[in-house]
Design a protein around this ligand. Structure first.
Ligand code: BGC
Length: 752
């Protein structure tokens, strides 16, 4: 059969089903339930509705009555098949369910957390990593992931900064597209891949005060120039789904905002996939004081363009038939949404084969090549923040004794980071284990936690998953342990102190009012440092932390993020110099929480020379700039060349530079291009990233790197005219290793 005939048959099937379905059945198709077997769901999503309700039993009853179109949180093939059978038998049309889940940075094989992936500036490894995640997810029966998170985040107090690509729209767009390619394997979802669902549309990363779920205040220019570009890139890469966001923007809850879904997503960008609400977000339209009741909430969400409701209990979309009766929603609108969901199921082949091969799953989950991708990704994400006196890499031959200090150094759960549920702690390699393995018989590696794990003041919403919170060890003698750590360091040639946040301290529902190192970690670091033994700080984090003291006193700092399943091996390979670190910061690292939000691409205003003295009580510069990261090698940039001095709209200018590896070892460099539009019909940021490339350069070799700049890169949304403009204006341009590079070349866009 030709594709055309298949399409015609599929469309005929969809239309036949639509003609036969009752309104109640259609509402069921538009409902996605969590399925929380074995989990105490009473506090799920903090909605506290679950008391005395058996959540899985409620969902199974709904399945038997044909009131469900999709499920989330089911991850075991036998469970997927059992529930799929119930679904198919539960509706007289035999329509199968779509299974979705948060496969954020791996399912069994855990990759470094998303912010770390962004820090690699390496689109190939990001795509490969998410392809592994997709393969494992599909093998257990998951069809669709709620990722990538495309929210630009500029306030590190917001815990979900860890799920995104940081502060910059150009980096964010490139990383979003790479993830979509990895998850889906193309516009049409490949058989071993899953549908990608960029989220949360849109603006959620701007939560006021960094407080998760709070409202946002985003200007029109920021919305188009900063918030939307990563979503647009994800859609252009073919993402099949989009998720709504929780918060209000301009007083409109995102899930009920037709401007976002109808005007921008569908009409302007031509998105033809389906939209899902964030969990409980349709219910929330009532919570916000926006909708009068659940029927009103359902009508307003659906009318705004939200096709599918994600819900724990009691779906608002069950009230869609009432809404039709009340005249607040039309049958055509409902049909359009049902059609989208049915089309997805047809395209995935679920009508032909709704079940997953249970026997094959373990083979895919155990694939050793997946661990290699995860380890390689971790090696490529680490950022060398500081390396005085070339303390790193360690010379294996010269190091006899290594002290490894800090509870995070040997915590398997924390090595993985948040948003993992199907990991295998047994195969997880901590930093301590990785160093021991790599050092082999050559060096002695001793360990002392020094302090007990820190705890959250307010419990985590993920505490319903066992092992989420670190165990407070019994009989822990705080002073004696601190002393033992210091003694161990004193007798070693080098001390690695692992500092950071425990994984449950960052992520959803994990915002903070300070960026300090939790617990007694600073004291521990100071005690170890006082021994005089050279100290390397390894930072496990998903946001910038207050490490000012370390930056001043500790000679070497390597940001290893939450490096994933084989993270310990990756860290060992980095510190022993098997690989040179080449990750770069995807955010500006502030000196203190008082500086946030602090971004490199700010605009210029009164007394620009005083930009770094805007506070009288602290230096206004960041601790480390956006794009920063050192290498074990040294790179020299030649003069920046432009191939033409003037372009007009429709033309491009090529900016080129020679980059030479002047060091003794092969290493990657992340070549970054920044532009400043000198004047125009709006004032433009002091500099903006407009291109980057991570390239390997052999020792002594020179590589020429070129970037093309034209309308796509230089036009911006101008809120005065509410449109994209390419100003006739002079531009300055620089290429270098971080966002502080001098802008040494120039070109002009002339009026055409
Ligand atoms: C989060 C989403 C997530 C969903 C399902 C929500 O609380 O905001 O990002 O996909 O839960 O787990």
């Amino acid at each position: 059969m030709t594709d055309e005939t298949t399409n015609e048959l599929s469309e005929a099937l969809i239309e036949r089903l639509l003609a036969e379905m009752t309104l109640e059945e259609k509402a069921g198709q538009l409902t996605q339930f969590f399925y929380f077997a074995g989990i105490d769901a009473a506090g799920a999503d903090g909605i506290g509705q679950g008391e005395n309700v058996d959540q899985p039993a409620t969902v199974e009853a709904a399945l038997r009555e044909g009131r469900v179109g999709s499920l989330l949180f089911v991850r075991h093939p036998a469970e997927v098949n059992r529930l799929q059978r119930l679904t198919i038998e539960g509706n007289r049309h035999g329509i199968p369910a779509l299974f979705g889940f948060d496969v954020i940075h791996g399912l069994r094989t855990i990759l470094p957390v998303p912010i770390a992936l962004a820090a690699s500036w390496d689109l190939e490894i990001i795509e490969q990593g998410q392809a592994v995640a997709a393969r494992e997810a599909r093998a257990v029966g998951i069809h669709w992931t709620f990722a990538p998170m495309c929210d630009i985040a500029r306030d590190p107090r917001w815990g979900r900064i860890i799920e995104g690509a940081g502060e910059d729209p150009v980096l964010g767009a490139a990383v979003a597209a790479a993830q979509v390619r990895g998850f889906q394997g193309g516009r049409t979802v490949a058989p071993d891949r899953v549908i990608a669902g960029p989220k949360h549309f849109a603006g959620y990363g701007f939560a006021i005060g960094g407080r998760d779920y709070d409202e946002v205040d985003i200007s029109d220019a920021q919305m188009w120039n900063v918030v939307l570009p990563p979503f647009r890139a994800a859609i252009q890469a073919g993402a099949g789904n989009v998720m709504t966001a929780y918060m209000d923007r301009n007083g409109i809850p995102a899930t009920g905002d037709p401007w976002l879904f109808r005007e921008v997503l569908r009409d302007t960008w031509g998105f033809d996939g389906f939209v899902v609400s964030d969990a409980q977000a349709v219910h929330n339209l009532r919570t916000h004081g926006f909708a009068a009741d659940l029927s009103d909430a359902a009508a307003r969400a659906l009318n705004a363009g939200c096709d599918l409701e994600m819900v724990v209990f009691d779906p608002a979309y069950a009230h869609l038939p009432d809404a039709v009766a009340a005249g607040t929603v039309s049958v055509e609108t409902i049909d359009a949404s049902v059609r989208r969901l049915l089309r997805v199921k047809v395209e995935l082949g679920l009508f032909d084969d709704p079940f997953v091969d249970e026997a094959r799953a373990n083979e895919v989950l155990g694939d050793p090549s997946h661990r290699v991708v995860a380890r390689t990704a971790a090696e490529r994400t680490a950022v060398l923040l500081k390396n005085d006196g070339a303390l790193l890499p360690l010379d294996a031959a010269a190091v006899g004794t290594i002290a490894v200090i800090g509870p995070l150094a040997d915590s398997r759960r924390d090595t993985l980071g948040p948003w993992v549920f199907d990991h295998d702690l047994g195969e997880t390699v901590t930093i301590l284990e990785g160093l021991r393995h790599r050092a082999g018989a050559g060096a002695r590696v001793d360990y002392a936690p020094g302090i007990r794990p820190a705890q959250r003041m307010i419990p985590s919403m993920f505490d319903m998953f066992p092992g989420n919170t670190p165990v407070d060890p019994a009989d822990f003698d705080d002073e004696a342990e601190l002393q033992r750590a210091a003694d161990l360091a004193a007798g070693a040639d080098v001390a690695f102190v692992v500092i950071g946040e425990w994984q449950h301290m960052i992520g959803e529902g994990a915002s903070r009012s300070s960026l300090e190192l939790p617990g007694r970690q600073l004291e521990l670091l100071q005690r170890v440092h006082a021994t005089g033994t050279p100290v390397v700080a390894l930072v496990m984090n998903g946001r910038p932390l207050d490490i000012g003291w370390a930056a001043e006193h500790v000679p070497a700092i390597l940001d290893v993020w939450y490096p994933g399943t084989h993270g310990g091996h990756a860290v060992a390979n980095l510190v022993f110099g098997d690989v040179s670190p080449a990750g770069r910061l995807p955010f500006t690292w502030p000196r203190s929480v008082g500086q946030v939000p602090l971004i490199y691409s700010h605009t210029i205003s009164h007394q620009p020379a005083m930009q770094h003295r805007r506070y009288w009580d602290d230096d206004g510069t960041p601790l480390y700039p956006f794009g920063h990261g050192l290498s074990y090698s040294r790179f020299r940039y030649g003069p920046v060349e432009v191939d033409r001095a003037t372009i007009v709209d429709g033309e491009t200018v090529t900016v080129s530079v020679d980059v030479t590896n002047e060091g003794e070892r092969a290493a990657d460099e992340v070549v970054q291009l920044y532009v400043h539009q000198v004047h125009g019909t709006a004032s433009r940021p002091v500099r903006e990233l407009k291109g980057f490339r991570r390239i390997p350069i052999a020792a002594g070799a020179t590589e020429r790197v070129s970037f093309a700049l034209g309308r796509e890169q230089l036009a911006y949304w101008n809120s005065a005219v509410r449109d994209w403009v390419l100003d006739a204006a002079p531009f300055r341009v620089g290429v270098g290793g971080d966002s502080t590079v001098a802008l040494t070349a120039a070109f002009t866009v002339a009026a055409s």
